[in-house]
Structures are given as C-alpha cells and as structure tokens.
Ligand binder design. Structure first.
Ligand code: WTA
Length: 621
C-alpha cells in the first residue's frame, strides 16, 4: 500500500481511499508501520484472523524504542523539558540523561528482585523521574501501575492491594498552585492500610542514589503486557485496565504520527498527567517513541498567573499542544491579552481530549490560541482503547466540535438501544467499535468484567454519539453512570459508596449535571435517617468523598430527599434523577417504570434549591 502519512489525515479523498483499504486489509495497513520500530527479531505477521488478536511475532522492547535508540542516534537532544509550579523553574533532560535515569531506576528495581510481570506502582507528580520510572518498568518487563498523585491514600491502597503491587515508587512532595502536597505521607498511609507487603522507594535523590548498575533489557514478545491503569466504570470499584506492550506501542505511535502529523523536530506539550491514559499514550510512550522533545508541567495553568501554558509555548517554541476542554474553558475566562502577550507562532497543531468540547471553547482555542492557523484535533478515545479512535482531518476546513473520522482499520458505528445500526444523521445512539485494533486493552483485573473482543462482538463504549449531515461523528458524552469531571473519569458508584459511609446516610444516588467549566459535575441525592443537622452531614459527606477518592471527587450539589425513584424491584432510576437534576421537566417523561411515582414532584422541587458546596480552590480572576 502506497502510504504518505503526512497527507493521509489532511485530505478527505486520500483519507477515504486509505480508510477503505485499511478496512479491507488491516494487516497490510499495520505492517506498513512496523518499520518504525527497532526489532530484535523482525515480526512476520500482525493479525491472527482466527483468534482476532493482534500478534506481532517479533521481539522488541518498548523502553528501548522510546529511549535507547534515540540516546544512540541523538544523545544530546532534549527528551524532556520540565516546568515547575513557580515561574522560572525549568529542567532539561537529554535522551542520554533519560537513558541513564531509566537504567538507574531499572537497576534499583532489579536489586529489589522485581522481574517481568511483577507490578510496580508509581505515585508521583509530573516530574521527569516519574516518566523515567514508567520506562524503567517497561525496560525490565515489569507492569507499571501509575496512580494519580491527587488520589487519596485510601484510593491508592485499593489499587495497590488489588493489583498486588510489590513496590511503590514515590517522592516526598509536589507543589501545585503554590501549595505543597505531601505525597510520601499519603503513600506511607496507603501502605499501612494494606494486608500484603509493598515496599515504598523514594526517588527524590536519583543522582546520588548508589545502586549496582544492571543494563539488562527484557525483550518483549506478543504476550507481554506494559501496564495496568485503573479507571472508573459504571458499577462497583474502579477497574484495572491491562494494556499490551508491543501492539499498544504500535497503535499509539502510529496514531500520533498520522493524526497529529508529527515531525521528528516537533516540540510537543501535552497538559495531561501521567495518572491518566493520555499521560501514558501521548506524553510518555508515543512522543518518546518518535524521539520528540516532550514538555511536561508540574504546576497549574493559572498559577501564579493564568498564562503559564502560553508562556511555556513561547519559551520552548512548542509546535504541538494537546490539552483538554476543561483547561481551555477555564483559561478562556481570563483576558485574551494574557494569550496575546506571548508569541505563539510556533504552534502548528492543537489537540483536545477528555470530554466533548463546546462551540465557544472550540472557537476561542481556534481563533485566539491558534490564531486561525492551527487545526483543532478533537480526539475521542478511552482508557480501554489505548489510543485515539476518532479525530477530525487535520486541515483548516474543520467543523467545530466534531470528533469526526475513525482511525484507519477501525469500524465505528452508532446503534440504538436494541443494537440496530443507525444509518440516519442526527439521531442519538450508542457509540460502538466493531473491529479490532492493536491498541485495545487486553483485559480488566476483574474476570467478570473481562472485555469481550471476540470476532463479531462489538465493543460498547458507553458514549452517546450522532452522525452529522456529512456522516462525521459527534460525541455527545457518556450515557452510562460515569461522570467526567474536568476530564477526570469517576463512577457514580464510587461517589455513592463514599457518601453511604457517612453515619446518618441511608442511601444516595449521584448523577452528572452539566457545568460550564468542568463539563460535568456531581449532583448527590441523599436520603438520611432522621431530621439532623444538614450542614454537619454535608461536611461529613465532603470529608468522606475526599478520603475515599480524593479532592477531585467533590459533589458540587447535595440535596436531601425522603426517597429515591425506584423500579418495582427496587432499582434506583438514575436516568430520571439525571433529567431532574439537569432541570428537565419531568412531566414530559414516561414515568411508568417508577414504582413510587409520588416522589417525583418532591424530587423536582428539592432539586431547584440544592445545597451548593463551593469549590475548594476557585479559579483566581
Ligand atoms: C470522554 C480519556 C468527547 C468520553 C482519553 C470517553 C471525549 C471518556 C473525548 C474516556 C472527546 C474523551 N470528545 N468526549 N474528544 N475524549 N472523551 O478513559 O466520554 O479517561 O468515554 O480516557 O472521555 O475517558 P478516559
């Protein structure tokens, strides 16, 4: 297949041609991109049609591809440029220095008897050592489990315990928004709650660390996995998603190359955190695989002033900037002069991920940040998909807010609730993926939830979508019980579990309501035992969500109600609560499934005046 990756994602005609070929023969498409790897043993086949599994019969190592080969070819090229919370804090790490850091951490893990397939947890802020720690695990074939440093000790302990992590890599503290976060204290507190042994190692002073250097590399084959990452589902506790090593690397590297259209000299800045999938796929693995210079930022975009991103882009001449709608919306509130005072002319492509981007944020991003010169790559994907599944073409004739086209080799459809494929435009349905792709996750840590990717079985994404008039896909948002707060994916079940721990709470139901900055926020319906002090219960609820999940999981609205709407069998009808909380008129709803219908007007009235729990850290104006 003749393949010009630069133009493939820029022009509709070329896209259509390559897309059709990639669906007919996905193996041929993927084989084109195997040459981007260093192979210890070259692969012969990439797709097993019988098992419907990607099998790259070659041998390689992800970390070697991301670090060592660049350290040989361009040792002095900056791999990572770190910006700290305070202005002026900057570190630059060359590929050669990154290699030394990776080898040092890998040797440390080896000296602790960590071997391939063991789980090593990483609870660290956005610093070069955290990325080196991930790469050190993949160098020796251990699976890393990164836990977002904003999660509470309780949330960390749950992840350590259920993944059977043997080591916890951490640092003493981090600074964000001028505040110190005691990471080591939280880590120690988590480990003290565990029933199995897990040793904490502090990576504060990597330079001075005395360790016997072991340069051995674990060569990965098709069976090997790269990491576990926990994410929220629509029921129960967060689930650990397992990703493969080599097929995942192939998918993320190829999507970055084609969709974001990178060149080897790009300066790449993604504002995510390594605690989320974007920080795995599109901060660590794909950009370093291609030998880019990756800018990382430990602070917050508004501290000390709301021009931190723009200042960094100007200083480093960033060409690709990949951020999230919530960050864009929060920066849009400030004076445009804060953007305009910086020279952002180095920007070539802008990206967005994590939640649907609204029109006004899209237009501000395009007009003010990109100066009408940069396409906005509104990329849709999930922790489970490993990499980008949908994105618009990379040109200036874009339609705002349309994630657009499936990546090559993927068949993406919209179905109604009975599984029938929707073929008309503008009707809302469930987004499904009806194909196999190398980036798909292997499994979850819960056998009962094992994701079924058998041939002819579609992967149901949980998102709602519509086709526009041109049959491009527009994502509407989650249809299930997952709430996307500022791009942080949290399950209503996790909130409810935390709220129900409060002594006088009988039961609760949490739903998502729209929020102009965060995209969505949590609205909690709480049934309490007796007439008690509401203020006191609110404060206990907030303490409990903070303790069980972390400060990011704070319901903004709480309302006390005598009962919840239920079916005859006692199931809470959350979609009705979601409608009521979003102030939609319940009179238009079909209430036939509600057993206790008399509660509906009471819920509606109570929802008009919920208790509002103001943000702990309101944005500075
Ligand atoms: C949402 C993040 C609209 C979606 C990479 C999905 C989006 C969930 C977009 C996955 C987008 C992500 N437009 N919605 N461009 N990107 N989402 O697993 O609801 O943290 O199901 O992965 O984020 O969140 P996750």
């Amino acid at each position: 297949m003749l393949f010009d990756h630069k133009s493939a994602w820029e022009n509709e005609k070329i896209y259509n041609e390559i897309y059709q070929n990639s669906i007919k023969d996905p193996e041929a498409f993927w084989n084109c991109h195997l040459k981007d790897f260093y192979w210890k043993k070259k692969p012969i086949s990439s797709f097993d049609k019988n098992s419907s599994e990607w099998s790259l019969n070659g041998i390689s190592n992800v970390s070697y591809n991301c670090v060592d080969r660049h350290a040989i070819n361009s040792p002095d090229k900056p791999a990572l440029i770190w910006y700290g919370d305070e202005k002026g804090e900057r570190r630059q790490i060359s590929y050669n220095e990154l290699k030394n850091m990776v080898i040092k951490i890998a040797s440390l893990l080896k000296s602790e008897k960590i071997k391939n397939n063991d789980v090593v947890a990483i609870y660290m802020p956005m610093i070069p050592e955290a990325i080196a720690a991930m790469l050190a695990c993949s160098r020796i074939g251990a699976l890393h489990l990164v836990v977002f440093a904003g999660f509470s000790p309780e949330a960390l302990a749950y992840r350590l315990e259920s993944s059977k992590a043997k080591i916890l890599l951490t640092v003493t503290s981090s600074r964000r928004g001028g505040k110190k976060i005691e990471i080591l204290n939280n880590a120690n507190c988590a480990v003290s709650k565990m029933t199995q042994p897990c040793k904490t190692l502090n990576l504060d002073n990597l330079q001075n660390l005395e360790v016997k250097i072991n340069e051995e590399i674990y060569w990965q084959d098709n069976q090997d996995n790269l990491f576990i990452l926990y994410t929220s589902g629509s029921s129960g506790n967060p689930k650990g998603i397992v990703h493969s090593a080599l097929p995942y690397m192939l998918y993320t590297a190829t999507t970055l190359k084609i969709i974001l259209g990178i060149n080897s000299d790009d300066i790449y800045f993604s504002t995510s955190d390594i605690g989320w999938i974007t920080g795995h796929s599109y901060i660590t693995y794909a950009p370093l695989f291609h030998g880019l210079t990756v800018v990382i930022f430990e602070g917050t975009p508004t501290y000390p002033e709301a021009d931190r991103y723009w200042e960094i882009i100007e200083n480093e001449k960033v060409s690709i900037f990949y951020s999230a709608p919530t960050a864009i919306r929060s920066l849009q509130m400030f004076d445009d002069a804060l953007v305009k005072k910086h020279d952002l002319s180095s920007l070539k492509t802008l990206g967005s991920v994590g939640e649907p981007i609204n029109k006004s944020a899209w237009e501000w991003y395009f007009n003010v940040v990109g100066n009408k010169q940069c396409p906005i790559m509104d990329t849709w994907w999930q922790t489970e998909t490993g990499g980008i599944i949908l994105a618009p073409l990379r040109n200036l004739e874009q339609k705002p807010c349309i994630a657009g086209k499936p990546f090559f080799g993927n068949i993406v459809k919209i179905t109604d609730d009975y599984g029938n494929i929707i073929t008309s435009s503008n009707s809302l349905g469930n987004l499904i993926i009806n194909s196999n792709w190398p980036g798909k996750c292997r499994s979850t840590t819960y056998k009962s939830e094992k994701i079924n990717f058998a041939p002819n079985k579609a992967f149901i994404t949980g998102d709602g979508a519509i086709y526009d008039n041109n049959f491009d896909i527009k994502i509407i948002g989650r249809l299930d019980d997952v709430i996307n707060i500022s791009g942080h994916r949290l399950g209503t079940a996790e909130f409810e579990c935390a709220i129900n721990k409060v002594h006088s709470v009988k039961e609760s139901a949490v739903v998502a309501v729209e929020d102009s900055i965060k995209g969505q926020t949590a609205f909690a319906y709480v049934v309490i035992e007796d007439i008690v002090n509401h203020e006191k219960i609110i404060s206990e609820i907030l303490k409990s969500t903070k303790r069980c999940i972390g400060p990011i999981a704070k319901p903004d609205f709480i309302v006390f109600v005598p009962d919840l709407p239920k079916t005859r069998s006692g199931k809470i009808i959350r979609h009705l609560l979601r409608d009521i909380a979003n102030n939609h008129n319940y009179n238009e709803k079909d209430l036939s499934s509600v057993y206790n219908q008399e509660i509906v007007p009471i819920l509606y009235k109570a929802s008009q005046e919920p208790f509002f729990c103001p943000d702990i850290c309101k944005l500075k104006r």
